[in-house]
Design a binder for this molecule. Structure first.
Ligand code: GDP
Length: 472
């Protein structure tokens, strides 16, 4: 029966055939990448996902959970010994403490293996018996993907582009003054390089804080274990007419090349190129709250980030992927619990519009993509209030600062995303006729029934899209 099915030529990859024949001996692995810019919600997403896969009472839209195909889920040692383990237990403890608090955010790449015992459905499945599917979750900063663009650039071209792009930004004023005061032709001195690079890093952090997303090189903001190393001690400088050996400019150039070779390349080779499924988390609400510039900047950053999912675009990536590709990409607007559910479709539409260009191209490259609005950990409840005779759809939660309960009316997102994206593209400084509020809520205190994971919005639907097909 088994061999007959295979011989009938049901479209199966070589890997699929091996799985069917070797049955229990072969344990399939799904490598799920979780990325997004800093504070997009990666840590909370992974923590809640794992907790909700272990206790599946709140996962009705994950078919294999709803129909009982997933028998158990348990954590196992991960396969990669040199990658930090995602600190699931500490993060879950933060979220489920008596006085719950948000866990520490992603600063570097980390990994976690969750193994699922699955009883496949249908006759074929019944013959096979239960099997184990390993879900390797790889958490990494989206900022690191932005570095891919550096691979095509020389120090000269990167410096020229960076200096011109930031020339009008008030947050860059101090660095621009520092770089203007540094003689690129002077003999290289480590303290001078250190001080210029510290000034550049301070600018990048300030720019990030002000809502700009084009803050590369990515490791300057999230250095991981490389903090303070020479490979992170450089900054853009305009090319002088002459730059002999041993000058500031030459050494900066050398370090830029070392950054590409020793930081960017290994990340793409060891982590990125092995991912099968990818979720990209986007804090669209946060950007809308910050204003049109932040939205426009997020759109640019998303386009750059998603460029990484089109291997054809970049010779270096094409070589790494060798024909393999990410099969599915999900774009999630996170923290949707800041909005009444009536507004969720609008948030999804805005996020879709934000990533449209990039998504069309990823579709073209063969990946299946989808977009949704989610809350990995629901911190609010909905409430409709009377306000001067009008009904206002609000959300209520405990404020992060005081712990006091507060109701938030976040403002009405437009039906048509163009009403936000067009002024952003046109360089508007403020939203014309609307104000979008956001509040920092603390995670709600939880009393979980046995079998239930933490409350969320559409985490089950997101999981079904990402891995549901591999659990049948
Ligand atoms: P990371 O930098 O991508 O790892 O981001 P985190 O997962 O640490 O999330 C950053 C912050 O966003 C958290 O500290 C929370 O304040 C907030 N956040 C993340 N997910 C949610 C969510 O589902 N609901 C709410 N209300 N806030 C969230």
């Amino acid at each position: 029966m088994v061999l007959g099915t295979i011989a009938d030529g049901v479209t199966r990859s070589v890997e699929g055939v091996t799985q069917a024949v070797s049955g229990a001996f072969f344990e399939p692995v799904i490598r799920l990448g979780v990325t997004g810019l800093s504070r997009a919600g990666k840590t909370v997403f992974i923590t809640s996902l794992v907790a909700n896969l272990m206790d599946r009472g709140r996962m009705p839209q994950l078919v294999a959970a709803a129909n009982g195909a997933i028998k158990t889920a348990y954590l196992q040692p991960q396969p990669d010994d040199t990658v930090p383990r995602f600190d699931y237990e500490a993060h879950l403890a933060a979220l489920t403490a008596k006085a719950p608090h948000w866990p520490e955010s992603t600063r570097t790449v980390s990994e976690l293996r969750l193994s699922l015992r699955v009883q496949p459905s249908g006759l074929f499945g019944a013959l096979q018996g239960p099997r184990t599917v390993h879900l390797d979750i790889v958490d990494y900063p989206g900022e690191w993907l932005l570095d891919l663009a550096l691979m095509d650039k020389t120090y000269e071209s990167w410096s020229a582009e960076t200096l011109s792009r930031i020339s009008a930004r008030p947050v860059a004023a101090a660095f621009l003054a520092d770089v203007a005061a540094t003689d690129a032709t002077a003999k290289f001195e480590e303290p001078a390089a250190k001080s210029l690079s510290a000034s550049f890093t301070a600018y990048l952090n300030a720019a990030r804080e002000a809502g700009f997303s084009d803050c590369t090189p990515g490791r300057f903001i999230l250095p991981g274990e490389l903090a303070g190393s020479p490979v992170l001690t450089f900054a853009p400088m305009a090319k002088p007419a002459k730059s002999g050996r041993g000058t500031m400019y030459r050494e900066m150039d050398r370090r830029f090349e070392a950054y590409k070779k020793q930081v960017v390349q290994p990340f793409f080779r060891d982590h990125f190129s092995r991912i099968d499924r990818q979720v990209v988390l986007v804090d669209a609400l946060g950007a809308i709250h910050k204003g049109p510039q932040a939205v426009e900047d997020l759109r640019h950053a998303m386009s750059d980030i998603l460029g990484a999912f089109r291997p054809g675009r970049n010779a270096f990536l094409t070589q790494l992927f060798m024909g393999k590709r990410v099969e599915k990409i999900l774009f999630c607007a996170t923290k949707a619990d800041h909005l009444h559910h009536r507004q969720h479709p609008r948030l999804t539409a805005i996020m879709e519009a934000l990533v449209r260009d990039a998504r069309d191209r990823a579709d073209f490259a063969g990946a299946v993509t989808s977009a949704m609005s989610i809350a990995s950990l629901r911190a609010t409840v909905e409430e409709t209030l009377d306000h001067n005779g009008a009904k206002l759809d609000c959300v209520r939660g405990a404020l992060l600062t005081t712990g006091k309960q507060a109701a938030l009316y976040p403002g009405e997102l437009p039906d048509d995303p163009a009403h936000l994206l067009n002024p952003a593209r046109a360089g508007a400084m403020d939203w014309l006729d609307a104000d979008y509020q956001i509040m920092n809520f603390a995670p709600a205190s939880l009393t979980l029934r046995p079998g239930d994971g933490p409350p969320h919005i559409r985490l089950d639907k997101a999981t079904e899209f990402l891995i549901g097909d591999r659990l049948r």
